[in-house]
Design a protein around this ligand. Structure first.
Ligand code: HEC
Ligand code: HEC
Length: 457
């Protein structure tokens, strides 16, 4: 007691006050570790270290909520109620299995199990967002609670083409086209804009959020080879109530991880929160508007923050086989073929107060989080804030080599059309056309090396 008093006397009250409000870092001396060596099916579910006891608790609580299967209201168990009245799936991990990526159906008879379809009318809302349809909103919900009819069903049909590579290998590509059926809220106009998107993986999100805006602007302004440009998407930040740089979603169409989480809760599962208090009923969906809700909000701010924290703290798999000669050759080919101009091999995070383990880390996300014009074959022809119909955010490649190990069924590219990494590369066009041609024309040995390198990430 005496000692405490003397030490208190050494600090004026203001300093004590500041000390008390600093995050308690249990293991100040322990170096931050944002990569995981886990290569099992749990590779994408590991936490960065160190976490304080309190952070560990948030991580575990957030994990339960991300894995939670929600049920339709009204229900006896209010803790798990709130699904719908319109929804796509009943849990986050139904689409992001084991925190990994989704996939596309293999033909028109299969339903969408880990993807969704965004909808809009031509034009923009006052904030610059895509213009929702008055009866269907901005996303097709394929399921409804009793008494609330599902909006319709989405199917994908494919047309196959072949690409011949130097060395004689023939690769079959499948070009998807979207068909909507059983439309329950009236016909959709001919100029309806759609965008079918698979679920991307959700590890490493905190590190992406910890990249300073100034770094993204510097990447945008940095000279790049050939036709390659790249620019940030400016999107409406629902929390910030102003335009900010977008980072999440296939078109960098969402500002923050918290907003992404709240918008998934509302849009994909029909759970409202302080950020999206009105769930996902479209302006003219009266049965949806009148359906029971299980609380207002259905997700508390504390729950939303726990789900956000869980994802913030998810570690990224450490690259493997980095000294293998084929992988080393592949790393070289990756740079020669200009992949690294978009898929950035090295970025530094800034100060990140919410989770200090993420601060000032040199990371290898293999993305610049910038939009690139990928040409007409990949275009969805649906603008999303400043992203045009043919622009997409460079996909992060970290951890991608373990995707198949984590989940057998996976797809690549925004609509999951690519079944393999090579197919994904061969769809690159627009700013990445030269890159794709280099891959097509390189020796089979170099191509094998390139793929071995991506598999090692
Ligand atoms: C119906 C399938 C589905 C469900 C359910 C779903 N997601 Fe997603 N998720 C997606 C799709 C599709 C995208 C890409 C959205 C876009 O591009 O606009 C996405 C994007 C994300 C991203 C951004 C990843 C990145 O790389 O930018 C995060 C984070 C995320 N979801 C978290 C969640 C959480 C948390 C939940 C549960 C509350 C959830 N998702 C539920 C399909 C789903
Ligand atoms: C001009 C920028 C650019 C260049 C150059 C580029 N990419 Fe990409 N890459 C992208 C974008 C943007 C996407 C997302 C496209 C989509 O989903 O429609 C992507 C997607 C991918 C994917 C699929 C990732 C996923 O999560 O599904 C792989 C694999 C890939 N690129 C590898 C490469 C390789 C290898 C090279 C070099 C031969 C390369 N890229 C060159 C921008 C680029």
């Amino acid at each position: 007691m005496n000692r405490l008093l003397t030490s208190m006397r050494r600090f004026p009250p203001l300093v004590l006050c500041i000390l008390a409000s600093l995050p308690i870092n249990a293991s100040e001396s322990e170096p931050a570790q944002v990569l995981t060596t886990n290569t099992s099916r749990e590779a994408y579910t590991q936490a960065v270290t160190p976490l304080t006891a309190e952070q560990r608790q948030h991580f575990v609580q957030g994990r339960s909520l991300v894995r939670q299967s929600w049920i339709i209201s009204p229900a006896l168990d209010r803790d798990t109620a709130g699904l719908g009245p319109l929804y796509n799936r009943n849990s986050c991990i139904a689409c992001h299995a084991k925190n990994g990526r989704g996939f596309a159906p293999d033909g028109p008879a299969e339903s969408m199990r880990a993807m969704l379809v965004r909808l809009s009318l031509p034009g923009q809302s006052a904030t610059g967002s895509p213009l929702p349809h008055p009866h269907y909103g901005d996303q097709l919900q394929e399921f409804g609670a009793p008494g609330v009819i599902a909006e319709g069903r989405a199917h994908i049909e494919y047309e196959e083409t072949e690409v011949l590579l130097n060395g004689g290998e023939m690769v079959r590509l499948r070009k998807p086209s979207l068909k909507l059926s059983q439309l329950a809220y009236g016909p959709l106009p001919d100029d309806l804009q759609t965008s079918a998107r698979i679920a991307p993986a959700i590890y490493g999100m905190g590190l992406l959020e910890a990249i300073p805006d100034s770094t993204l602007l510097a990447l945008q302004n940095q000279p790049k080879p050939g036709k390659i440009k790249g620019r940030v998407n400016m999107v409406w930040g629902v929390e910030q109530k102003q335009h900010v740089i977008g980072r999440f979603g296939w078109k960098a169409n969402v500002a923050t991880l918290r907003e992404q989480t709240a918008s998934a809760l509302a849009g994909d599962m029909g759970l409202n929160s302080s950020l999206f208090p009105h769930g996902n009923c479209a302006a003219k969906q009266t049965a949806c508007q009148a359906a029971p809700v299980s609380g207002n909000p259905e997700i508390s701010t504390a729950q939303l923050q726990q789900m956000e924290f869980y994802q913030l703290a998810l570690a990224v798999p450490v690259p493997r086989r980095q000294h293998h000669p084929l992988v080393r050759q592949g790393a070289l080919v990756f740079r020669q073929a200009q992949c690294a101009a978009c898929h950035q091999p090295e970025i530094k995070t800034g100060e990140f107060l919410r989770l200090s383990a993420l601060s000032n880390q040199t990371i290898s996300p293999y993305t610049d989080l910038l939009l690139h014009d990928m040409g007409p074959d990949l275009a969805d022809n649906r603008a999303d804030f400043e992203a045009s119909g043919s622009e997409w955010r460079t996909s992060p490649l970290w951890g991608i080599g373990l995707a198949k190990q984590v989940e057998e069924k996976i797809g690549f590219l925004h609509d999951g059309r690519a079944r393999t990494l090579l197919e994904a590369i061969l769809w690159h066009g627009g700013e990445a056309e030269e890159s794709r041609e280099m891959v097509r024309q390189m020796t089979p040995e170099d191509r094998r090396a390139l793929l071995a390198f991506i598999e090692s990430l």
